[in-house]
Every structure is written in C-alpha cells, then in structure tokens.
Design a protein around this ligand. Structure first.
Ligand code: COA
Length: 192
C-alpha cells in the first residue's frame, strides 16, 4: 500500500524569506528599492496586456504591490520574489508561488519580466529554479501554472521547464470585455 501523504509543514520556508540563486540570477524578497523596476513592467501596455492585475498608473501602485508581497509573506499566503541580475542586482521582473495548498502538496507559480530583458532565457532559468525549490525545499508534489492561450512566450517557458499542458479551458474568463481561453500546465514530482 502507498504511504499516506501528510500535509506539508511550511514554517521553515516562511520563517525568513528564501534567497535563491541560478547561474545568472538571484531571486529574493521584493524591497522598496525595486519599485521603479516593477513600475517599468507593470505600467507597460505590452507586458501587462493579458495579465489579470490592473496596469500600474503610478509608482505608488508598485510600492503598494511590494507592501502587499510583505503582508502575504507574513500571512503565509504567497511567496513572491524579485528576479535580479546576479552581477548588478538590477531587478528584471518578479515571480511567485500562490494558491499554496500544503494539504495537497501543490502550488501555482506566476511570473512577469521587464520587456527589455525578454529573449535572453532569464525566465526559463527562473522557472526551473522555482520548480526545483518547490520540489526539493518546499516538499511540493505538484507545481501548476495557467496562461492565456494566446501567450505563446509563456507557454514556451513552461514547456522548456518540463511542464505539461493538461487542459485548455475554452472561453473560461471575460477579460476587458472579451472571452479568453486559458491553458493549464503542471509538473508532478516523480519520486515524492
Ligand atoms: C512570459 C515571459 C516572461 C517570457 O519571456 P521570454 O523572454 O520569452 O522567456 P525567457 O526569458 O525564458 O527567454 C526565452 C527566449 O530567449 C531565448 N534565449 C536567448 N538567449 C538564451 C539563453 N542564453 N538561454 C536560454 N534562452 C535564451 C530563447 O531561445 C527563447 O526564445 P524563444 O522562446 O523565441 O525560443 C515574458 O514574455 C513576459 O514577461 N510576458 C508578460 C507577462 C506574462 O505573460 N507572464 C506569464 C503569465 S502566464
């Protein structure tokens, strides 16, 4: 008989904000110093075109987002990271774990990057590290991500990271007055 799956204990993960490293990047807590970089992508009509959050109108919206990240961390609801270049500490985007479900050993991830840093493989490097961290350090069994069906760049990031398309939800949301189709991706830990 298979071993019983027990809920995850995430106190250690939420005791002090994790700092993760890849070849070219550091993933760390967002700080107020990141506000201008966050405003850069969050006010960009192209980067935010198919995102669910309202486009930032002023730097105050980006500051509010950073404060919200800190609040969510305290409440253990969401674990958000600034993605920074290792060499310069320049923030190039953000990513997070949300819909964290310790009882199911499951989490969802999200990510967005400043447009000037697209096309260099940074987000693939980030998502690979998020998946590694989720499996090896959080103890997750399953990592999920959703993307708008027209978001081919994001789909390619997930596919390069070994995530599998599990379903397509046709016209399942109305955004900006039109129906949008959502693709659901996931990766399951094979030995845990
Ligand atoms: C989704 C998003 C992060 C993808 O950005 P991206 O630059 O395409 O992704 P990566 O950083 O992984 O870069 C991959 C590209 O860099 C290329 N590349 C260049 N140098 C590379 C290197 N050294 N290593 C790896 N890839 C490299 C790859 O070939 C790839 O291009 P391709 O997809 O045309 O084949 C970005 O489009 C974005 O922020 N969009 C808005 C927000 C969004 O959609 N978020 C996701 C919601 S589900």
């Amino acid at each position: 008989m298979a071993d019983e799956v027990t809920p995850l204990e995430l106190s250690r993960i939420f005791s002090s904000h994790p700092r993760l490293h890849t070849e070219r990047l550091t993933l760390r807590a967002t700080t107020l110093n990141d506000a201008a970089a966050i405003f850069d992508y969050a006010s960009d009509p192209i980067a935010t075109e198919i995102m669910t959050f309202p486009r930032h109108q002023s730097i105050q919206d980006s500051i509010t987002f950073i404060e919200y990240n800190a609040e969510c961390f305290k409440k253990r609801e969401r674990l958000a990271f600034a993605i920074a270049l290792k060499d310069s500490n320049e923030p190039i985007g953000t990513c997070d774990f949300h819909h964290i479900a310790p009882e199911h050993r499951r989490t969802e991830i999200g990510y967005i990057m400043r447009r000037s840093f697209w096309g260099k493989g940074y987000m693939t490097e980030t998502v690979r590290e998020l998946i590694r961290f989720a499996f090896d350090e959080m103890g997750m069994h399953r990592v999920e991500a959703l993307c708008n069906a027209v978001n081919e760049r994001s789909a390619r990031v997930m596919e390069r990271c070994g995530m599998t398309l599990e379903g397509t939800f046709r016209d399942n949301e109305v955004r900006k007055g039109i129906y949008v189709t959502t693709k659901a991706y996931a990766i399951v830990h094979t030995s845990g």
